[in-house]
Design a protein around this ligand. Sequence first.
Ligand code: MV4
Length: 447
Amino acid sequence: MFKKILIANRGEIALRIIRTCKEMGIKTVAVYSTADAESLHVRFADEAVNIGPAPSSESYLKIPHIISAAEITNADAIHPGYGFLSENAEFSRVCDEYGIKFIGASADMIDRMGDKATAKDTMKKAGVPTIPGSDGLLESVEEGIKLANEMKYPVIVKATAGGGGRGMRIIHEDSGFQKAWDDARQESAAAFGNDGLYLEKFIEEPRHIEIQIIGDSKGKACHLSERDCSIQRRHQKLVEETPSPAMTDELRERMGNAAVLAAECIKYEGAGTVEFLVDKHGDFYFMEMNTRIQVEHPITEEVTDFDLIKEQIKVAAGDPVSGVNYYPKLYAMECRINAEDPSHGFRPSPGKITNLHLPGGRGIRVDSHVYAGYTIPPNYDSMIAKLIVSGQSREEVLVRMKRALQEFVIEGVKTTIPFHIKLMDDEGFKSGNFTTAFLDDFDFSSI
Ligand code: MV4
């Protein structure tokens, strides 16, 4: 087992990783930017190294700074968390070259799954259901228009280097094709330095359901059931839950098997997530694979009683996976508490937290790095806490979540708490019958 892990991240996920390391008897090294000198991850880790000024491009994203910090502290592994360098193939490769175990995907795996057209082609060949569309990248607008007519509009063009909804355009008829094509190409070239596009049939009002998987160094994988992430605004997830209200035992079995097939066909090592779109007929299609631990991993931990960070560290150290799948024994939901103003377009609201009270009681977990007197820097992601609620039924979780949100006090900055309280009272949300389009016509004005 590793003796010392450097955590190449900040905020709640850095704390989350430090906590599990402590329970495993592993020493920890925090890295921090000057803006994070007063952060809890710096205090809770055994050692801490300043890796640069506030901008992430000068600190959390600077590979040489992080490798130097690992070298001087003698760390034998690096956990990247999510975001930052977690899906950076070069970083994974450099860690390898320095003999430091990267607790995440290999450079090759990140490259293969990071290129969406390649990932889709790999999955299709392995027998994982994929969305009908072009065979790899489109060569020309003409080819795209021909294909769109063969499979009927609406279609969607997507950037192969994309993610987070960038470089994506929905097309309804021939006359809109050229502009959508040009716009998507330009956007993806600017955002990713790669203008490759592929085409798919557009699935209207799907649910976003993802399967958590974990694979070992022998190529064996198992799944930990699903998370429903359909409640998003502009491709930012706000609420996740498990089990999905749309799930049946039969569908879980088929999607779970497809996700394990996806992981095993590439000999995936570590924790990963296979994202699917599920249409109104209950048909599911592979969308992307995330080669990292995700923000919403705790809801899976709560319903399966499985420490995902601990298992991630164990498989990185060479342990085998158990070989059995994990099924939900409870219900759990996560509300992302962001320092944002939901009544003004979710604009960031950094600043000092003047007063703080965390909710508690049965079935409540708060993963957060904030404290009373903490100043949220303007340089990073605005998520400041994850409120994770578990219970015996979805109804119990909804009532408990609303109670916990009402107990939560964060003064000094605007947060998404009032939005979540309103959501917990929404009949459409309560019914469980919603899609990724749910927030498109939600009334944010009266929050
Ligand atoms: C789609 C789709 C419908 N049909 N692909 C959005 C982010 C990117 N990863 C893929 N996305 C979508 N791809 C086809 N063929 C609808 C979306 C989509 C979406 C997906 C998951 C969660 C929220 C979403 C919101 C809008 C669009």
